[in-house]
Design a binder for this molecule. Structure first.
Ligand SMILES: NC(=O)c1ccc[n+]([C@@H]2O[C@H](COP(=O)([O-])OP(=O)(O)OC[C@H]3O[C@@H](n4cnc5c(N)ncnc54)[C@H](O)[C@@H]3O)[C@@H](O)[C@H]2O)c1
Length: 346
């Protein structure tokens, strides 16, 4: 089959593309390299560097490729920062998806796998179950909610198969270490390697369930199969055992054998304190299994991160700098004035 993977230079996109190729698929990948890296794209994948916010260019590539299956992973997935860069988040999530989906349907796509997020559950009581209503609490979650609903509506009208997966807190090799706005495991590792303190929002008792990429990848690949039992299904994919951010921090620090300074910052606006999901459906439908688990996953990622070495932080301005943003996301000028200015190193 010919599979189009968007976000192919990202953390998960690169792994998914590699898995699909190993399964014998022909893979074409789209990415604008805004958040991903060319080195994440496995050899043999036909990479097209393109910004999916450009409707015309995207349409031309998708129509030319006429994929059988679309795996859509491209995103600005910074949930916490989405309140401070809403335009970028809407462009790289909802708008980019519509630009890919329309020509894919027109070209006769058989199946769409949409990578959504547990952000669609908002601040309902954890564990989040697939039957709960969508009730997003942030701009990123609103985008993923709209993307899910558009998929359901268009699949009904235009008749293609789809599976929506809601990954949560996946980590591992190839994850960006340099994005100061997201990927807590990678941020902790990079800060330790750079000799910087570790910042924790609030008391650190937030609960999340982390999943090593080696554990979640088989489920992602199964989701791309054209099996009727997967059609029109929504499945959470992520870790089974919730841990607190404080516990995670201790595990990462121990792996690096480092004495770390921990600095607690105020809560991030609209951060959901307990966010983890049920996993029975992922086991039953997608065969999710924790062969590695959290500790072994951290060990493997740390080995990769050490080989890569400390990375410079990405320098990026927020669209809406505000005193409500964590001060480490603001430039000195923004901290003082709450207006524009260049972002300094966190
Ligand atoms: N990693 C997780 O724990 C997690 C959790 C929930 C949901 N997800 C979802 O899974 C998907 C993959 O996540 P990830 O962690 O690999 O993210 P990532 O940031 O590593 O990858 C996203 C990729 O999309 C690309 N991209 C962004 N805007 C683009 C545009 N306009 N045109 C073309 N390419 C563009 C980026 O360059 C990047 O390579 C995303 O949709 C994300 O929302 C991930």
């Amino acid at each position: 089959m010919r599979v189009l993977v968007t976000g192919v230079a990202g953390f998960m996109g690169g792994h998914v593309a590699q898995g699909l190729m190993s399964a014998g698929h022909e893979v074409v990948g789209l990415d604008d390299l805004s958040g991903g890296f060319e080195e994440n794209v496995p050899p043999g994948v036909d990479l097209r560097v393109i910004d999916l916010r450009d409707g015309e260019e995207t349409e031309a590539v998708v129509v030319e490729q006429a994929p059988d299956i679309l795996c859509h992973l491209a995103a600005n997935a910074r949930e916490g920062a989405s309140q401070f860069q809403p335009r970028d988040v809407c462009g790289r999530n909802l708008m980019a998806y519509a630009n890919v989906l329309v020509p894919a349907i027109r070209s006769g796509v058989k199946k769409v796998v949409l990578y959504s997020s547990m952000a669609v559950y908002g601040d309902q009581e954890a564990p989040f179950d697939e039957n709960m209503p969508r009730r997003p609490a942030d701009v990123y979650g609103v985008n993923k909610t709209a993307m899910e609903e558009i998929t359901e509506i268009l699949a009904d009208v235009h008749e293609f198969m789809y599976t929506i997966i809601r990954p949560h807190n996946v980590f591992g090799e190839r994850q960006s270490l340099s994005d100061p706005f997201r990927n807590v495991v990678g941020i902790f590792m990079n800060r330790i390697m750079r000799g910087e303190p570790l910042y924790v929002y609030g008391d650190g008792d937030q609960k999340r369930a982390f999943s090593y990429i080696g554990d979640s990848l088989p489920a992602f690949l199964r989701a791309a199969e054209l099996s009727p039992e997967l059609d029109r299904q929504i499945v959470n994919v992520g870790g089974k055992e919730p841990v607190t951010i404080n516990e995670l921090l201790r595990m990462v620090a121990a792996e690096f054998g480092a004495d770390v300074d921990v600095v607690h910052l105020p809560d991030r606006p609209r951060e959901v304190k307990k966010a983890y999901c049920t996993w029975q459906k992922s086991e039953d439908l997608l065969g999710y299994e924790e062969r590695f688990g959290l500790a072994e996953g951290i060990r493997r990622m740390a080995e990769w991160a050490r080989a890569k070495g400390p990375q410079p932080w990405r320098d990026e301005r927020l669209e809406l700098p505000s005193a409500k943003a964590p001060h480490i996301w603001l430039t000195e000028d923004e901290r003082e004035e709450g207006s524009s200015g260049r972002r300094s190193q966190p």
